[in-house]
Design a protein. Sequence first.
Lengths: 255, 452
Amino acid sequence: MLDALGSPQSLLVLGASSDIAQATVAAVAARGRLNRVVLAGRPGERRDAAEASARALPGMSGAAITAVDFEASDSTSHSSFVDAVFDAGEVDVALVAFGVLPDAATVADPSAAANVVTANFTGAVSALTAISARMRGQGHGVIVVLSSVAGERPRRSNYLYGATKAGLDAFATGLGDSLHGSGVSVVVVRPGFVRTKMTHGMDAAPLAVGPDEVAQAIVTSLRGPSRTVWVPRPMRPVMSLLRHLPRTVFRRLPI
Amino acid sequence: MTGVESTLLTGWGRATASLAEVSHEASVEEIAETVRSARGTPRGRGVLSRGLGRSYGDAAQNGGGRVIRTDALTGIGVIDASGQVDVGAGASIGDVLAYAVPRGWFVPVTPGTRHVTLGGAVAADVHGKNHHRDGSIGSHVVELDLVDGRGQLQTLRPTSPGFGAVVGGMGLSGVVTRVRLRLRPIETASLTVHTRRTADLDETMAALVAADQEHRYTVAWLDTLSSGASFGRGVLTSGDHSTVGSSPGGEPTPLHDFTTGRVLPGPPWAPPALLTRRRMRMFNEAYYRAAPSRATLSQESVAAFFHPLDVISGWNRIYGRTGFLQYQFAVADDSCVRHVIEMFQRAGVPGFLAVLKRFGPGTEGAPLSFPRPGWTLALDMPALPGVRDVLDAADDYLVARGGRLYLAKDSRVKPELIPAMYPDLDRWRELRDQLDPDHVFASDLARRLTLC
Ligand SMILES: Cc1cc2nc3c(=O)[nH]c(=O)nc-3n(C[C@H](O)[C@H](O)[C@H](O)COP(=O)(O)OP(=O)(O)OC[C@H]3O[C@@H](n4cnc5c(N)ncnc54)[C@H](O)[C@@H]3O)c2cc1C
Ligand SMILES: NC(=O)c1ccc[n+]([C@@H]2O[C@H](COP(=O)([O-])OP(=O)(O)OC[C@H]3O[C@@H](n4cnc5c(N)ncnc54)[C@H](OP(=O)(O)O)[C@@H]3O)[C@@H](O)[C@H]2O)c1
């Protein structure tokens, strides 16, 4: 369970090699209470590297770190995957960080486009459904979901990704409300542009942040009821403005 | 038994919460039945008993599991000529006082609130202002009934090995259903109380040591915010039960006029910013000034002397949504007290209501009982992330000097420090395994600190 000062002891990460996830693992480890970390993701060099850097973190000396295989698009496996993780011990915080940002070719290809939805949205729905059920069973827990400002209002340059995040955001927000009073909460994180491998080579948008800033925002919002967190904070008024622009204007914006 | 209801439970500090299946068993047999059925549930999350929820942290929570409220077990038996009485584990210290004081008897130990159950008092082996003289409550238990992990009722006496797993065992060795307590005879319902201000920490500590020789009850309130020459100034109160005939400082209240005390309604909620550091400093200043500069003598009621905070019901809400915690440690070495307060001051810990007292010998054979000879300091503070590092540092400092924290108050210590704080932890585990071989009893505290 989170202690009185909001420090978790156990952490499950879906999308272990994500830069934001790795920064979050480091920020949680710095609180010195972690004894169990499950790094779930597709096997490969990136996950191995994430595991190695997790092991090297200060504050991780007493923690049992395991890397396990997780494929977001394979929804049928999610229930047994989540059961195995929870059967082996408590999960105080689950971080759902997997996601893909499609390139132009993917957006133009009907089946590749649908696969993006499967990974970003469908896979998150099955994973979150399984995780929330098991957290209900423990009577406590925090689920952190990486949504995006892109889901607030889909842009012409990014509408496929934006649509998956809009769906994910709606699902996670509603799930959080449905869990009210259960001891389990959902933190929906809406970052703007984050400098990670996902955005590598792209021009940074205004209000761009690094993964550490997202991680800090996450660790400071673990306590309390379900809520939405904007990173950086001014993203909230900015998006609220953008959301209310007439479509004819919004469409012409160079974003 | 009324139905089982999913309920979000927190400790008194309201800083941690988890959902449990809460039930109000009507009898000892129903409690035994609940334990037996939990025992038969594979991969269940166990059972825990809960009294009045006055432990500050997660000791009385069992997320995802079953929580037995003991509020039906409130019977109090006849007090025999030697002062022994059977008390249901769900009866509170206040209930016992209301019954016993008019009959000329007093509880052997009372914590700073009367709203704790006997079960909770035994489970935490609570101490009072008389610890230096009388030890903690476990030393005054003649025998107790326990529903063990097999769902069987057994009677334990101080000579039974399992007794020491229950006293201080934080509910993890079974459900206490009855406590046979040895009461203390009294002549009046009043305390003769000496109050004096002390100028600095050395004087406060010396005055406590001296008062312990003279008086049954002693405690010092400390101003942990004052620095410089007045660092560690305080207000020392020492008391004894007033006797008939000799009544310095006023008329003692006759036994039959005893009342447990008034209760004012507390705030239903409070903004988190209510307790600013400045206001705490003002409060401390006012409290200190209100105490007489020269020692005075007065007659005080049981409620005013032992349970001053009980006057405001739900005062724990004053800390607002973030909740609060209490840091309470015990340590032998005098200099540690000064050092820890200095650490807190340097870190700007918004301390408030600090209480200093000396402990006498600990409870024999109870490995998780908190008190140990030396000093104990208890300090409330809001559960804000800013205190994390300084509390961790204070833990390390204290552990290196043989100090320990009180499990009934803890909500944040690192689990790896527990074996150093409680060196006989493994002995406790062995004793507990005999009472609860299948580990049916569980709590959020036990999971957080891997106690079992
Ligand atoms: C204002 C205030 C002042 C305090 N002052 C003091 C003090 O001076 N000295 C001191 O020692 N403590 C003090 N305390 C702490 C308090 O005395 C203990 O936390 C005590 O355990 C609370 O009793 P409870 O009935 O509320 O138990 P709960 O908080 O409900 O439970 C505490 C523990 O007891 C166990 N338990 C409860 N009932 C049973 C049972 N029937 N059988 C087995 N286990 C059981 C629970 O499982 C849990 O582990 C104070 C607390 C407050 C709020
Ligand atoms: N970067 C931004 O600007 C930004 C802004 C807002 C929100 N976000 C969101 O934040 C989250 C983390 O992003 P990031 O910036 O840290 O990006 P990242 O470093 O590229 O991480 C993406 C992660 O998703 C995993 N993943 C992708 N498809 C998967 C699949 N089918 N199955 C399992 N795992 C899969 C990747 O694993 P592999 O290593 O196996 O590929 C990787 O761990 C994402 O949900 C992203 O949408 C990012």
